[in-house]
Design a protein around this ligand. Structure first.
Ligand code: ZN
Ligand code: ZN
Length: 351
C-alpha cells in the first residue's frame, strides 16, 4: 500500500471515531455572531471525507525541481537581525513565520522552526525549505502571534523552545492548550476578534477576524478561534493575515478601522485545487484584493515555498502575484516576494 493511501486510511479511521465526540464552548457569547454554543462559526463546511475525495481525485502532489527551490532561499543576515532596528524590519523565516523588528521590539508570527507540520513525521507533509533562522540565531523575542491551531502555524517543539521567554498572543479558546504545555498563565494573552491588548506603552495588539477554521485533534474542530493580528509599535502599523479565504466586507472593515498598514504579511499559497481551497485559502489574485482592502502600503507574501500542502506548482504563487499586480497597475514593489531568509527594511515609513 502506498504511503498516501496508508495515511488516508489512518486519518479516515481516526476521524470517524472523532465524530462521536463533541464539546461545549465555555466562551460562548450569544451577542457575537461568530460564537456558537459548541464552538466558533466557520464558512468552511468541507469535511474530512471531502478532503480525502479531493486527494484521491488529484493524486500525487506536483513534483518540485530542486533548482527552483534554490531560487527562493537567501542566507539570513544574522548580524543585522541581532542589531537594533531603527527602521521597521521584517525577515521571512519560512511559511507563515516572520520576524518583525522595530524600536527594540521583536515579534514572531506563527513560528515554525522544526522539520514538519504535524503530530507524527510519517503522516506530515514534507518541508521543502529549511527555516531561515534557528532558535539560537533569533534575537530576544518579546511576543509571538498565533493565528490558529493548525500544525503548520502552531508547532509544539517551537512553543517549547520559546516557552515562557515570550508573551503568547492566542485566539479565544487556545489558552488552555498553552497552559497544558506549561506556559505560565501570565505569559498568555487570549483575545476574541476586535479585542486589543496593550503590550507596553508604545505597543498595542488587536486580534482581527479572517476566514478560516481550526482543528488540531480529533475532538476539537472549531473549538478555538482563528484570525489575523494588528500590531502597532509607535508610528509603525503592521498586520498579519494568518490563513484566510477572501471576504471583501471583512477586509475592508479592517482597512477602515486599522489602516493604512505600513507592513502586511499576506498568504499567497496553498490555493490549489480551487474548488476545495477557496473557502479557506486565498489565491494571489485575492491576496492582492486583501492588500488593497486593508490599505497596505507594503506587503510580504507568505505561506508558500515551505511545506507541500496543496496542488499549485512550486513557483506559481509568486508568478501569478506578479501577473496580478501588473494587470491591476499596482507597483510591484508594494507586494513583491522576499526570499526565505531575506530581510526587508521599511525606510519610507512616513509616506
Ligand atoms: Zn490553517
Ligand atoms: Zn496554513
Amino acid at each position: 500500500m502506498s504511503s498516501l493511501k496508508l495515511k488516508n486510511y489512518f486519518v479516515a479511521g481516526t476521524v470517524a471515531l472523532a465524530a462521536f465526540s463533541c464539546s461545549g464552548n465555555v466562551h460562548y457569547d450569544p451577542d457575537k455572531d461568530h460564537h456558537l454554543k459548541n464552538g466558533f462559526k466557520t464558512k468552511t463546511d468541507t469535511s474530512f471525507t471531502d478532503w480525502l475525495f479531493m486527494r484521491f481525485k488529484e493524486g500525487d502532489y506536483p513534483s518540485i525541481d530542486p533548482e527552483q527551490v534554490q531560487t527562493i532561499i537567501a542566507e539570513a543576515d544574522i548580524k543585522t537581525i541581532n542589531s537594533p532596528a531603527n527602521v521597521p524590519r521584517a525577515t521571512w523565516v519560512g511559511h507563515a513565520t516572520v520576524l518583525v523588528q522595530y524600536k527594540g521590539i521583536n515579534y514572531l508570527t506563527d513560528p515554525h522552526l522544526t522539520e514538519y507540520p504535524g503530530p507524527l513525521k510519517m503522516f506530515a507533509p514534507e518541508r521543502i525549505t529549511s527555516p531561515a533562522l534557528s532558535f539560537e540565531e533569533l534575537p530576544k523575542v518579546d511576543f509571538v502571534l498565533i493565528s490558529h491551531n493548525h500544525y503548520d502555524h502552531l508547532d509544539l517543539p517551537t512553543v517549547e523552545m520559546l516557552g515562557n521567554s515570550v508573551v503568547w498572543y492566542v485566539p479565544l479558546g487556545l489558552k488552555s492548550w498553552f497552559l497544558d504545555q506549561d506556559i505560565a498563565a501570565e505569559k498568555i494573552v487570549e483575545l476574541d476578534w476586535w479585542e486589543t491588548d496593550i503590550f507596553s506603552e508604545n505597543v498595542s495588539i488587536t486580534f482581527t477576524p479572517n476566514v478560516h477554521w481550526s482543528k488540531r485533534t480529533l475532538w476539537d474542530q472549531n473549538q478555538s478561534l482563528w484570525g489575523s493580528w494588528s500590531v502597532q509599535i509607535g508610528d509603525f502599523n503592521s498586520w498579519f493575515a494568518g490563513d484566510t479565504g477572501y471576504d471583501e466586507q471583512l477586509f475592508k472593515e479592517i482597512g477602515k478601522k486599522l489602516g493604512p498598514i505600513d507592513l502586511a504579511m499576506i498568504p499567497i499559497g496553498t490555493y490549489g485545487p480551487r474548488y476545495f481551497m477557496l473557502p479557506m485559502h486565498v489565491d494571489p489574485d485575492q491576496a492582492v484584493l486583501i492588500h488593497k482592502d486593508i490599505r497596505s502600503k507594503k506587503s510580504i507574501p507568505v505561506h508558500w515555498g515551505t511545506f507541500q500542502l496543496s496542488y499549485e506548482p512550486f513557483l506559481e504563487p509568486p508568478q501569478l502575484l506578479a501577473q496580478v499586480l501588473k494587470q491591476k497597475g499596482i507597483i510591484e514593489d508594494q507586494f513583491s516576494p522576499v526570499k526565505i531568509g531575506e530581510t526587508l527594511e521599511i525606510t519610507d515609513l512616513s509616506q
